[in-house]
Design a binder for this molecule. Sequence first.
Ligand SMILES: Nc1ncnc2c1ncn2[C@@H]1O[C@H](COP(=O)(O)OP(=O)(O)OP(=O)(O)O)[C@@H](O)[C@H]1O
Ligand SMILES: [Mg+2]
Length: 370
Amino acid sequence: MHDGSGRILVQGLSKNFGPINAVQNLHFAVEPGVVTGFLGPNGSGKTTTLRMILGLIEPSAGTATIGGLPFAQLPNPATVVGAVLDSQGFHPGRTARNHLRSYAAAMNVPDQQADQVLELVGLGSAATRRAAGFSLGMRQRLALATALLGDPQVLVLDEPSNGLDPEGIAWLRGFLKSFAATGRTVLVSSHLLREMEHTVDHVVIVSRGQCVYNGNLEHLRSAQRSRVLVQAADPNTLVTALQQSGLAVEHLPDGRLAVLDSDSRTVADLALQAGVALYGMQDERVDLEQLFFQLTHGQYTGGAPHAGSAWAGGPAQWGPQSAGFAPSPYQQVGYQQPEYQQPGYQPPPGGPPQQDHQQRGGSGGFGGGF
Ligand SMILES: Nc1ncnc2c1ncn2[C@@H]1O[C@H](COP(=O)(O)OP(=O)(O)OP(=O)(O)O)[C@@H](O)[C@H]1O
Ligand SMILES: [Mg+2]
């Protein structure tokens, strides 16, 4: 029964491996009914966290529960949680079907369920082939089939798109969304936000074992605003014209104007009407992957993330490791190096440079993202 009871709750979770603080004081909830992305660069503590949620390693501190219980106390765990942490553990001599049947027997699940999940993951025609000959993508699918055998309430997948071709990624995206849409819980990790952007509703982003963002992906997008940078012959006249049209404008240190939440065409039309010559314009657009990199920046650079950046004053869910402004999350369309990449640039008080994901270029990632 998928009654929405498969909520994952992580509270104060930490894990040290000797001197390595792999996971530090994580707090987040994974709600049924939506796909939650667990994102972070290599070594940021994703797998360690998932292993603690699944009761495979003991936390140094804190708790993780599924439906209110630690994994070890779940009455019939395989029917509650299906998990894929790696796709290597198959008996090489076994066929896909026999692999699944051996698991089905251990889980007290009927044999025919093996064929059903094989069909579900697109391996129906490979049922009698030995897993030893499977490609990485096929092993990913077989691992997913294994996780689905018990018709679980909760799915926990560690980097499931590794090795999948674009079609497989698109299939996985649709599968996870429809799985969640039945009121079940999906927690899926990746080191690529772009790869997940069309799949996940909610994201938990970690860097160096700490949470740097926990919230809705749309909110992450809408927290940014687009800007048009304009070099005008008569900035003051243009500012008046823009403000009279209801646009917010900022003066930049280099003499240019930054017009918020607009586009170059609108600004050019208003400049023409005001009789102001323009010497150049530049649309600023945010690339989600760059934004992710910015949030997790510093993991391997040796330095601590920039404390006290404009991000720190942002929404409450921005974590303590929110990074500074380099590298910028923006993609530029224009002719000049933007000023926030130049020495001495001060970000606007309302937050970092703005974005417009509607206009964002280069989105979609591999195969359109899964
Ligand atoms: N068993 C272990 N013993 C010692 N250190 C470990 C162990 N497992 C993980 N670590 C360390 O903990 C940190 C987090 O590792 P983890 O595997 O959780 O990262 P990850 O986010 O899953 O990375 P990736 O994207 O590469 O899979 C790393 O520094 C890693 O070296
Ligand atoms: Mg990992």
